[in-house]
Design a binder for this molecule. Sequence first.
Ligand code: FES
Length: 100
Amino acid sequence: MSHAPDACYQVRVEPAGLAFDAEGALTVLEAAEMGRVELPSSCRNGTCRTCLCQLREGQVSYTVEWPGLSAEEKAQGWILPCVAVAESNLVLEQPAARAT
Ligand code: FES
């Protein structure tokens, strides 16, 4: 699936019910920060797994070829928001998320 640079999707973060817009080619983590939602992060390049969270609904693509996730983890719905780009509206599960 190719990413449309002018796309804008809605992202919801449960269980707090926080919401932000994911625009263009921003990563989910960058979009969250612009939308005043803080998600856990550290390396921001897909290796440390600090940002690891569950994707409940929607599709993402990755800005790096090998995000630090196994195929099994991907199949179980784990994503790394620091290197993930929204390809649809998303629902994430991240209990540590908070509004800034
Ligand atoms: S912040 Fe390190 S993997 Fe996402």
